[in-house]
Design a protein around this ligand. Structure first.
Ligand code: URA
Length: 215
């Protein structure tokens, strides 16, 4: 190194020392830890990591009052990396809009973030390995109400021998949050001609709207 370069480097060192001494940390770019969504995208905690196309962290408002939680990504979600984008998702979007929200006003996610092969129910290991992500999302967002869609997410929050048919329609406390179980939209899609099911979901959502001052 020539003397000019030497002097130049010494000056930089001296300045950095000075800035650090006076606490000017903004000059020393600190690496921020990866967000929960980024960690989900790279997760290798369970065998679903090797069969998924894309992990599906969830999407919506970071400070939503209302959170919808499904079971696990399906075929379309696995391809797109977004929750509830298939037929059941289109119905969920309609329900959200009927409640006077936009999809981006609420937060939508699942109990497990990767698709189980052939759309089977997530097993205990997968749910256990994934649950801290969900708890972290809930702690970050702090929703007032969580709507659980179908038996799997309902039993995650409300351990019970009863199914969603019995548990739906009433609020169940989970810490500071109220959980409202209702039918999964894919159940409604599979039973399209059964208007009573749609009516029951709407009754449940009206209770959620009333609690959130949305009616
Ligand atoms: N079913 C679910 O439970 N979650 C999705 O994201 C899509 C379908």
């Amino acid at each position: 190194m020539d003397r000019k370069t030497d002097r130049f480097l010494a000056d930089i060192e001296e300045n950095l020392l000075f800035f650090s001494e006076i606490g000017a940390r903004f000059l020393l770019k600190e690496a921020s830890p990866p967000s929960v969504e980024e960690r989900i995208l790279n997760c290798q905690k369970c065998p679903l990591a090797s069969t998924r196309t894309k992990a599906v962290p969830g999407e919506g408002s970071a400070d939503a009052d209302l959170m919808f939680i499904g079971e696990a990504p399906g075929r379309d979600e696995n391809i797109q990396g977004r929750p509830f984008v298939g037929r059941a998702g289109q119905l969920l979007t309609k329900i959200i809009q009927a409640m006077n929200y936009r999809r981006e006003d609420v937060y939508i996610t699942n109990i497990v973030k990767c698709r189980p092969p052939n759309n089977r129910e997530p097993n205990r290991e997968e749910t256990e390995k994934c649950k801290d992500y969900l708890f972290e999302q809930i702690a970050n967002i702090q929703p007032k109400v969580i709507v659980t869609l179908g038996n799997v997410p309902t039993h995650f929050f409300i351990p019970s021998k009863s199914g969603v048919t019995t548990l739906r329609g009433t609020f169940h406390p989970f810490e500071e949050i109220l959980v409202m179980p209702t039918f999964h939209p894919s159940y409604l899609v599979r039973n399209e001609s059964n208007r009573l099911l749609k009516k029951m979901v709407w009754e449940d959502m009206k209770k959620v709207m009333a609690y959130l001052g949305k009616s």
